[in-house]
Design a protein around this ligand. Structure first.
Ligand code: FE
Ligand code: CA
Length: 448
């Protein structure tokens, strides 16, 4: 784009041919914000589909479809949603996004790793190649989003319905924690990089102007309600967390640092916000879309212990505070939606995972990657051993895909959809497993 401002007209219609336009406006798209447009559209009717497009001069964008929420507290009997994460461009084709586009769901959560910051590797023999070396500048991040957005499957998934997004680490830098980079760069230099990454994220993602970043800060945690049926509390477990303990290496045994009582996963302000908002929620279901696995999974059979220090298992005190809150304050039907680890899991969540008598306080659905990890396998080599060692794990699968959920007053159902390959295009969708959580009964039951 030339470095000049461009006036972009937007219109919202009640029909897919854009005949009944009900709202329109003009936004000046400026080069300082990558010519991105964030139109906050008011005055729409609740709980219905709308269609929209953008116009510049004689050029019109494709038509997108979106949906308004029901009125706050309005009775609502059914919500369908999907969640996805980890779309590494080099690892394969976005076939799962293409299947996601044709699902009958009202909204999509993306739980992070929408892009990856890593260098393109033409020697790796992967199906596609990143467009540059590891990205660190604003221009780099913008060009990486632009590359991902050339993908027609991703375009189709966005055009079909609204997305609620949150990030994990790869939108900035692998396994960063607050102001600490993967390679322990000087703090000031890393915060400049983080500011560039956050700005490009804001520019390219469907975020409202309320989320406009200020330097290296962007408030991404937020909540919304779907009528009286469900409330969603979207977390940011990257921007405010304390450093990973024990050298952040999962080959290390726990060193004691993982029990640091001063550790934080959300930061104090977000943690207060979550407990206040969720504690006051009148909704039938209370769902936490977030990044990294909450369940404390021990990857090593027998008395030895191996846990991931980048997940909640590396943050013992904050995890126990979260689960104790769910167990004692008892917001109705808490369910956690998780991404990050490129595999499918269903976990019962307990305050004390090492005590088989500790009651189940919530359910965790962990969704696999869109592509990260390549073709994958139905049953990872250690799956049986890990499930035997961690009896609160109900399901384990290592293929690519996404999850759809149906929420009704009586149940929340999760359907795990997978594709058998991503290194070639065109894999058919397979619905690999279905689980259900019943109202008032935390923990998942397999239905097929
Ligand atoms: Fe990932
Ligand atoms: Ca063990």
């Amino acid at each position: 784009m030339p470095p000049v401002p461009v006036d972009v007209a937007w219109e919202v219609a009640e029909d897919d041919k854009m005949k009944q336009v009900v709202r329109r406006g003009v936004v000046r798209a400026v080069p300082e914000w990558a010519h991105s447009v964030h139109a906050d559209v008011g005055g729409l009717r609740p709980d219905r589909w709308y269609w929209y497009r953008f116009n510049v001069g004689s050029s019109a964008s494709p038509i997108g479809r979106t949906r308004t929420l029901p009125d706050l507290g309005a009775p609502s009997n059914r919500l369908r949603l999907a969640f996805a994460s980890c779309s590494h461009f080099e690892s394969g084709f976005f076939t799962a996004y293409r299947h996601l586009a044709s699902e009958d769901v009202d909204l999509v959560f993306h739980l992070g790793d929408y892009i990856y910051e890593s260098a393109g590797d033409p020697e790796a023999g992967r199906p596609r190649v990143h467009n540059s070396a590891e990205i660190t500048t604003l221009e780099d991040y913008r060009n990486r989003y632009a590359q991902y957005r050339t993908d027609p499957d991703l375009q189709a998934a966005h055009a079909a319905r609204p997305w609620w997004v949150t990030w994990d680490d790869h939108e900035v830098d692998n396994n960063y924690a607050n102001d600490i980079s993967e390679n322990d760069d000087p703090r000031d230099a890393f915060l400049l990089r983080r500011a560039a990454a956050y700005q490009a994220y804001y520019e390219h993602m469907p975020l409202r102007r309320a989320q406009i970043p200020k330097g290296p800060a962007l408030r991404l945690y937020r909540d919304f309600s779907y009528g009286s049926l469900a409330s969603f509390f979207i977390l940011d477990t990257r921007q405010y967390r304390s450093n990973q303990p024990c050298g952040d290496s999962s080959t290390n045994p726990p060193c004691g640092e993982e029990k640091d009582p001063n550790a934080t996963m959300m930061g104090a302000a977000q943690e207060r916000w979550l407990y206040a908002a969720m504690g006051a929620s009148p909704s039938k279901w209370n769902v936490i879309p977030q990044q990294v696995m909450v369940a404390r999974v021990d990857q090593r059979p027998g008395p030895e212990v191996r846990i991931s220090f980048d997940q909640w298992s590396g943050y013992d005190a904050p995890r126990t505070r979260l689960l104790s809150f769910l167990g004692t304050r008892k917001p109705a039907n808490p369910v956690v939606l998780t991404g990050d680890i490129h595999s499918n899991w269903v976990n019962d969540l307990k305050v004390d995972f090492e005590d088989s008598k500790s009651p189940i306080v919530a359910t965790e659905f962990v969704g696999t990657s869109i592509t990260s990890g390549g073709d994958g396998t139905d049953k990872p080599a250690n799956a049986d051993a890990v499930m035997a060692e961690n009896p609160f794990v109900k399901f384990r699968n290592g293929q690519r895909g996404y999850v759809t959920c149906e929420v009704t007053p009586g149940t929340m159902r999760a359907d795990y959809h997978v594709v058998e390959y991503v290194t070639r295009p065109g894999a058919p969708k397979i619905t690999r497993a279905k689980f259900v959580v019943e109202d008032g009964k935390p923990g998942a039951q397999k239905t097929s």
